[in-house]
Design a protein around this ligand. Structure first.
Ligand code: PMP
Length: 305
């Protein structure tokens, strides 16, 4: 993986090699950091880099930080401005991934959230696909469970809880699957390691509600709106049983990194006819055009660098 040239660190843009923390940093020892993941899409015809819904991402970032009692001294707008400064310095002319991080920066011992300094960094690097097999993924239902809202809230993008995501992803990988879905503590389908999940049953698009221990995905929100407004689909947010995944007509994952990743097999069972279904076939290219600034109706979702 190619490292970035620069980072936003301690309030200014510095060479990436200078954006360093000590091994005693609280966040490194206790998982007390929150992050965001944004994408920049290079549109070659327009010679333009578009960032997708950055203010929505930064709003969620600040909400996540509040769950860890952080005061970042930033607004979504000031975080976007810092990102813009960074991207102007980097000068990327390709698809990129942007990683803001807010972390408990003190170096020392002590499990707590209070009386600690909060710091923000932002890096951007060339994008590498998250689920390589993104039109034909084979997914498993993990034997692990999703963190509960009353343990570590999944609606916050908290670094410590990504241990759970890492476990399900690696176990899936070792068993030959592309990705895993995880059930919450009461046995309903929650989400993937870094994606929300949608299924189609009898023409209705169904996704777990935000109360089923999911991250409130920005791709999820966008897909719900597009499905309703552009394709006239009925979209229902309700709990999903594991076995519904085995009998549904279509299944796909959504996320900033995964975009719309099509699942065609789950636990060795084909989904529908084992190929990308009609709903996903329409949504996927439409969404890609939106991301790359090719659809003027959704131009307000893209910020030009
Ligand atoms: N769930 C989890 C656990 C994630 O890490 C992500 C990626 N941010 C998502 C869902 C999808 O969220 P978004 O569409 O905002 O990227």
């Amino acid at each position: 993986m190619k490292l970035p040239g620069f980072a936003y660190f301690e309030g200014k843009i510095v060479p990436y090699s200078e954006a360093r923390v000590g091994v005693l940093t609280h966040a490194l020892n206790y998982g007390t950091a929150v992050f965001a993941g944004l994408r920049g899409f290079w549109n070659a015809e327009k010679s333009t880099l578009f960032i997708f819904r950055p203010l929505d991402h930064f709003r969620r970032f600040i909400q996540s930080s509040r769950l860890l009692c952080m005061d970042l001294g930033h607004t979504p707008e000031s975080l976007l401005e810092a990102t813009m400064q960074l991207l102007r310095e980097e000068g990327y002319r390709e698809d990129i991934y942007i990683r803001p991080l807010a972390y408990k920066a003190d170096e020392g011992i002590g499990v707590r959230l209070h009386n600690l300094r909060d710091a923000v960094s932002i890096c951007a690097l060339p994008f590498e696909p998250y689920v390589p097999n993104d039109t034909n993924a084979h997914v498993t239902v993990s034997s692990w469970r999703r963190v509960d809202d009353n343990a570590i809230p999944a609606r916050g993008k908290i670094t410590g809880s990504y241990v759970g995501s890492s476990i399900i992803k690696t176990d899936a990988h070792h068993s030959g699957f592309d990705e895993a879905l995880v059930l919450n503590q009461d046995g309903h389908v929650s989400e993937g390691s870094a994606e929300n999940v949608f299924m189609v049953r009898d023409g209705v698009l169904i996704t777990p509600p935000v109360t089923d221990d999911i991250l409130e995905g920005i791709t999820r929100r966008s897909v719900i709106q597009l499905a309703r407004e552009e394709f006239g689909l009925q979209v229902v947010e309700r709990s999903i049983d594991r076995t519904e995944l085995y009998i549904c007509d279509e299944l796909f994952l959504t996320g900033t990194a995964a975009q719309i990743t099509i699942v065609t097999r789950i636990d060795h069972r084909p989904i529908g006819n084992g190929m990308m279904g009609p709903v996903a076939s329409r949504l996927r290219p439409f969404y890609d055009d939106v991301l790359r600034g090719r659809n003027p109706k959704y131009a307000h979702w893209n910020v030009i660098v």
